[in-house]
Design a protein around this ligand. Structure first.
Ligand SMILES: [Zn+2]
Length: 180
């Protein structure tokens, strides 16, 4: 196997955190903040568990990094790695925390993320460089695997509910006494 680049190595760390979310039944999205060539904080999507709209992987990782540095402004050179293209909230948080560089894995489908627009808007007088598609296939496979399994589970549950309903209320024709 070929050696991983440094970007891929850190994306692997984000994937690992996403898998923790997967085990907890969350949509598997993971993020890490890197500073001085070290992972200094991790976060994964916990929206279902916490029932918070803001419980995205990036927000978790950025908040933890800010707490670590005791500052909402992260030091120069902080990088964020996330397995899925960030939503506008998380892109906004990255700009607010002054993340210098953001790497993401899978692309959000249908261009719904506004990542490039927000990165180039010079909001807050800060520019976050964005690089997409790091370990793209691995990151996308993690998500599609989750959604396929979820749909299968939903289908199985639907069929079970239907079978139970039929057992409780057999169709009329079966109840009718047949003339012999
Ligand atoms: Zn987000």
């Amino acid at each position: 196997m070929r050696r991983l680049t440094r970007e891929e190595k850190f994306m692997r760390a984000a994937i690992k955190v996403a898998q923790r979310g997967l085990r907890e039944g969350e949509v598997p999205i993971g993020a890490v903040v890197v500073y001085g060539e070290k992972v200094i904080s991790r976060g994964y999507n916990r929206r279902a568990k916490l029932q918070l709209a803001s419980a995205h992987a990036e927000m978790m990782a950025i908040d933890k990094a800010c707490k670590k540095f005791g500052s909402w402004r992260l030091p120069e050179g902080c990088e964020l790695y996330v397995t899925l293209e960030p939503c506008p909230m998380c892109m906004g948080a990255s700009l607010n925390a002054r993340v210098d560089k953001l790497y993401f894995g899978a692309y959000e489908q249908k261009g719904r993320s506004l990542t490039a627009e927000l990165a180039d808007a010079n909001l807050l007088n800060h520019k976050t460089e964005v690089v997409g598609g790091v370990l793209q296939e691995e990151c996308a496979a993690l998500l599609s695997g989750f959604f396929i399994a979820m749909r299968q589970k939903q289908k199985a549950e639907k069929e079970r509910a239907k079978a139970e309903a039929e057992a409780a209320n057999p169709p009329m024709e079966n109840l009718e006494e047949k003339e012999s």
